[in-house]
Design a protein. Structure first.
Length: 200
């Protein structure tokens, strides 16, 4: 098992990154959107926590910034009909803590926002995983001491989604505003997040 890879970025695409290790071996890791957006812009060194999927025709290495994110990915693979590609897609559309909350709360609507996840698939994932999420623990607290599961952040995300932004965009913008500590009420958070999303 390859548990983590540390190396310098030699190539990046939206869904994959190649890391050249100090030993001269380059590893290709498939990554969710959140990892791609967090990659250092100077192609500097980075450590990814990895999960290896071995199949008859190929070996695929999946990379994540935090062990928690990898644990959510691994838990998704337990659900019937969820393979690595769909699990990665779920983590690209929703943040890891949003996935966990949706499963714990049996929130079908949130899961259905993910491409390729209809009502039946969302219901199956919840049926398989809703009672298995306690063992996964909690998302790491973000900078500034703001966690990802508050009612205020949830309401702010829902407001942005209602305005036409997708779930992942809304999650990232709200998290950035709350980490900055510039707003604490839903209306103020939404205004600040809109400013970030529109560049104003």
């Amino acid at each position: 098992m390859i548990a983590q890879v540390t190396g310098t970025i030699v190539h990046r695409e939206l869904e994959r990154v190649e890391l050249l290790t100090a030993g001269g071996v380059a590893y290709e890791c498939l990554i969710p959107l959140g990892v791609f957006e967090a990659l250092p812009r100077d192609n500097g060194p980075i450590t990814l926590h990895t999960h290896l999927v071995v199949r008859e025709d190929a070996w695929h290495l999946y990379g994540f910034l935090q062990p928690y994110e990898r644990a959510v990915f691994q838990k998704l693979l337990v659900a019937k009909g969820v393979g690595p590609a769909l699990a990665l897609g779920i983590l690209s559309a929703l943040t890891p803590d949003r996935v966990v909350r949706a499963l714990r709360d049996k929130d079908i609507t949130t899961l259905m926002r993910v491409p390729r996840v209809g009502r039946k698939k969302a219901e199956q994932i919840i049926l398989d995983l809703a009672d298995k999420m306690d063992s996964i623990g909690s998302a790491p607290t973000q900078a500034g001491g703001v966690g990802g599961g508050s009612a205020v952040s949830d309401d702010s995300v829902r407001a942005l989604v209602a305005l036409g932004y997708n779930q992942a965009e809304a999650d990232r913008a709200v998290r950035a505003v709350m980490e900055a500590g510039s707003a604490r009420e839903v209306s103020a958070i939404v205004r600040a997040a809109l400013g970030m999303l529109t560049g104003k």
